[in-house]
Design a protein around this ligand. Structure first.
Ligand code: SF4
Ligand code: FES
Length: 260
């Protein structure tokens, strides 16, 4: 075996890892795509570990760990697809987020990464909605449930090329990393605290008035469709293109559209 590699055990099988690999990367190489929301498997994207959709069990550790962050080590024994605790934890995260999403048929992107992950975990939103209160029915916010926002700031159509619908935002922080760390534009931020937190452009300016250069990196990173190409969203914030749509187009058309 190559001296730079080492082995660990994933779901009962010996797998090879490279120094610096995360457990998520090791699992992917072994053929398993662990559910993930706040992690984008692309060059330049730092894992943030905030959504907890990717939890796995590491033998000898009491708490589940975020596979997108945890570095693989020689001899580790990891349970992912075979871990009931991990399955329940992942489903719980997706359920709590799904109940606060716009109904899929009114979603900005019904084929988003978020819905793909919900499908992967067989989340039945109708059934979940009967158990968990919706945002409009809650009097106090919970950890994953964000408080109802002022409607004036939820949908922002001020930008010629991109549409914002914070109803679909799960505050995964990916757009912030896309803007700040990948494109080094530093236009998008996460403002306020707790249930009042939200994505903002510059000093909470309308996106169209901000210093956004319309590179489109945030749109491609957003897992839910909260940030979308403007041409793919109607005036109510819903998607105009039936599933499946391809949001992985290069960013150039967005910049060109903004310039026109
Ligand atoms: S706008 Fe999209 S990428 Fe940004 S925090 Fe919300 S869900 Fe995540
Ligand atoms: S994908 Fe790992 S914590 Fe969000």
């Amino acid at each position: 075996m190559n001296q730079e590699t080492f082995t660990l055990t994933l779901d009962g099988a010996a797998v090879t890892a490279y120094p610096g690999d995360t457990l998520w990367q090791v699992a992917k190489r072994a053929g398993e795509t662990i559910p993930h929301l706040c992690f984008k498997d692309a060059e330049g994207y730092r894992a943030d570990g905030n959504c907890r959709a990717c939890m796995v069990e590491v033998q000898g550790e009491r708490a589940l760990v975020a596979s997108c962050l945890r570095e693989a080590k020689p001899g580790m024994v990891v349970h992912s697809a075979t871990s009931e605790r991990s399955r329940v934890a992942r489903e719980g995260v997706l359920e709590m987020l799904a109940v606060d999403q716009p109904p899929r048929e009114q979603s900005p992107d019904a084929s988003s990464h978020f819905w793909a992950m919900a499908d992967q975990l067989a989340i039945d939103v109708g059934e979940v909605s009967e158990r968990l209160p919706k945002r409009s029915e809650r009097t106090t916010p919970t950890v994953h449930h964000v408080a109802e926002r002022e409607s004036a700031v939820v949908k922002d159509r001020s930008h010629s090329a991109m549409a914002v619908n914070l109803d679909a935002c799960i505050e995964c922080n990916l757009c912030v990393r896309a803007c700040r760390e990948v494109q080094v534009n530093d236009v998008i931020g996460l403002a306020h605290r707790g249930s009042a937190s939200k994505i903002v452009f510059d000093f909470d300016d309308p996106m169209g008035d901000s210093t956004c250069v319309a590179c489109g990196e945030c749109v491609q990173a957003c897992p839910t469709g909260a940030l979308m190409p403007a041409t793919l969203v109607d005036e109510h914030g819903g998607g105009t293109v039936p599933r499946p749509i391809n949001r992985s187009t290069p960013s150039a058309p967005i910049a060109a559209s903004a310039a026109s």
